[in-house]
Design a protein around this ligand. Structure first.
Ligand SMILES: [Zn+2]
Length: 383
């Protein structure tokens, strides 16, 4: 098991950054690496097993090494270690009691740096173990996708980004003609780089959802000036909240995330298409807020993708999370209520799938496993 420690060290940093991002407060007092991993047990086990297979590690031995390093269970996470992982880019004044916004910046920098380091070690150890790109590259992308998701589930850093950071930061020095790197290592790295580029392509474009509800509502919405209130900052949010009554604030509001990535809020039971001004959205649903009195701070209590006007897929979560983080508001780590929308292939009715029972409630025909909503013209409602 050569280089296991060198590989697990950046992975430990990635996990710690994920645990800090998951707090939503970026406060060291709130973070628990143990709880973070426990809540993602399946994802973590899958990632670890894929790393072992790629690097020809013995599973038990690898677990023992990882346990010994102590990064994958609860430990005291504090500012200096994050300064180290983010290479001091945010300045050493952040060593002492950094503000949440500085911790967030450190997390972003640490995620970029440590994921790049992790990819570098992953490819090096895979090559050392005799796993070439033809068999290993697709596993590398899978491991990387899981690691990116652990570090930042809002999609700020993707395997596509990490591959390009790695290529720029690491490959020139080892691949330039006068580098002493052995030729077979150069060939192996070039092959991984090429195959990863092919597999990761241009990166996933963020796609919006088109309105698929009754046409007359869309017409009204486009003519209306009463679109949702755009919330780009805490000031925007507090000013909007100040205009709502206590009774209104206790109930869910209509929200959409526009193609600009910003949250828009409208009164309860107003149409999502009106909230969006008739435009396509990255996410839509219902949302409730609570004010944590002692902290004087607003938090998202419940949030769903419940919008029969847009029928967004459950995979719209990262766009919703990102819109909330941009304000920022504290938020849950996933939809608190997920709605699974499917169009019936036989009768074309929109169904809400309950308890994983993929059967049309209108005609009894089996519904597909994948999201399949189309607009009136029969185009996929996902742009
Ligand atoms: Zn049907």
């Amino acid at each position: 098991m050569r280089y296991a420690r060198e590989l697990f060290a950046p992975l430990g940093a990635v996990v710690a950054v994920g645990a800090l991002n998951a707090t939503g407060t970026w406060s060291f007092a709130d973070v628990s690496v143990g709880e973070f991993l426990e809540g993602r047990r399946q994802q973590w086990d899958g990632l670890f097993a894929a790393v072992c297979s790629l690097c020809a590690f013995d599973g038990d031995e690898a677990r023992a090494t990882a346990d010994e390093m102590g990064y994958f269970r609860d430990y005291d996470l504090y500012a200096p270690i994050l300064v180290l992982w983010s290479a001091g880019v945010t300045g050493t004044e952040s060593l002492h009691d950094p503000s949440p916004s500085v911790v967030r910046r450190m997390c972003r920098m640490a995620a970029d740096l440590q994921l790049t380091e992790f990819l570098d070690m992953l490819v090096a150890v895979a090559l050392d173990a005799g796993t070439d790109a033809a068999t290993g590259a697709s596993q590398v992308t899978e491991v990387l996708a899981n690691a990116c998701d652990l570090a930042d589930p809002t999609g700020n850093v993707t395997p596509h980004h990490v591959h390009r950071m790695w290529r720029v930061a690491r490959l020139p020095s080892v691949l330039r003609p006068d580098s002493p790197t052995p030729d077979h290592v150069k060939a192996g790295l070039r092959s991984y780089d090429g195959t990863l580029e092919e597999l990761l392509g241009e990166g996933p474009p963020e796609r919006g959802y088109r309105y698929v509800g009754p046409a007359e509502l869309a017409v009204t919405a486009r003519q209306s000036t009463a679109t949702g209130t755009r919330i780009a900052s805490v000031v925007d949010f507090e000013s909007w909240a100040g205009r709502q009554s206590q009774a209104e604030l206790a109930e869910p509001f209509t929200y959409v995330v526009g193609l600009d990535g910003l949250l828009r809020l409208a009164a309860r039971r107003s149409e999502h298409v009106a909230c969006a001004g008739g435009a396509a959205v990255l996410g839509a649903g219902e949302i409730t807020f609570v004010c944590v009195r002692e902290a004087g701070r607003w938090t998202v209590d419940e949030v769903s993708n419940q919008s029969t006007g847009y029928c967004p897929d459950v995979t719209s979560w990262p766009a919703v999370a990102r819109a909330l983080d941009r304000i920022p508001l504290r938020r849950p780590t996933a939809f608190t209520h997920e709605v699974v929308f499917r169009r019936c292939p036989a009768c074309a009715e929109h169904n809400i799938v309950r308890e994983a029972d993929f059967v049309c409630v209108f005609c009894g025909v089996e519904l597909p496993q994948a999201w399949n909503i189309v607009d009136e013209a029969g185009r996929s409602a996902r742009e």
